[in-house]
Design a protein around this ligand. Sequence first.
Ligand code: PLP
Length: 386
Amino acid sequence: PIYMDHNATTPMDPRVLDAMLPYFTEHFGNASSRNHSFGWAAEDAVDKARQQVASLINASPKEIIWTSGATESNNIAIKGAADMYAKQGKHIISAVHEHKAVLDPCKRLQREGYDVTFLEPGQDGVIYAEQVREAIRDDTILVSVMWANNEVGTANEIPEIGAICKDKGVLFHTDATQWVGKMPTDVEAAGIDLLSATAHKMYGPKGAGFLYVRRRKPRVRLAPIIEGGGHERGMRSGTLNVTGIVGLGAACEICANEMQSEAERLTALRDRLVDGITGQIETAVLNGHKTRRLPHTANISFPYVEGESLMMAMKEIAVSSGSACTSASLEPSYVLKALGAGDEIAHSSIRFGLGRFNTEEEVDYTVQQVVKSVNHLLAMSPLYDM
Ligand code: PLP
């Protein structure tokens, strides 16, 4: 089988696994045990990882809070900021095509009396800074806009939004889960106060993530959601997942070193895939902005062909129709609907997510299989008039 679903999760890089292994066995200590060498070894490893993560996003190590993944990071950022800054206002700005891990905390806050404006993208899927500027009010406390969309791969105007938030004195959170490790990320230059990411989208282990919380002035404060031993500057209590953290750190260092060449390689592979498919299937459409996108992601719709049927027809290629998180339901993707897609486009979309270990041969084989399967399904489709 060929794996082309790297927006859902990535395989672990073997170098990441090597870095983690000793922390399952000889270095099993609790990073909070300050009174013996078992604890010190774990603490040193966590310190090193904090450095590796911070340096990938131009933060300082003290600004990194360990979490179980981006879902938790988003929850801490959004609910924690809403709670901490409620006295200054109760208005939050986000977007309709965010991941559920942002939408659901926002909706909970709505039920609790906060006012949330969900910005809408145009057909290109991009949230532009001017939309944010127009939506900011005197009582706005937080803007939460993702860096790159997980389903279509489009990138929002993040540094520009950051500049506006800074200017207006509003906190800026970005869910950068799909962006970090793939593209250059500088929280300082982009005016970001809070940033969520996770290891399993960058060739690290599942169940380990982080939240960047700005400490440089103006310092950001968050009310904790998980309370207990006061770990992570009181913002996230609980014994640290040392192996996961070590893996996350190693994954970040590899991404930092290899990002540029990897992005170039994946962009070329992605374009080969898109050109190969759209060049041979005239009904195929690439969803979202043509160029403002992640190097490894392409979301393509095949009108008159059900996305699910196409996936069944090419079983040995692992891709996604709609989002992996919502594919338990057969509802058309809310993200594509937000881009103005009709049912035909939304029901027939396939997300191709390329990754570190994909080859040109795999891409060529995939193009061949997609073309063959789509033509077969089109020939059977009662709706398609050849
Ligand atoms: N945010 C985005 C944009 C994602 O793509 C995902 C992964 O599906 C998440 C959040 C959730 O991340 P995690 O699985 O680490 O909780």
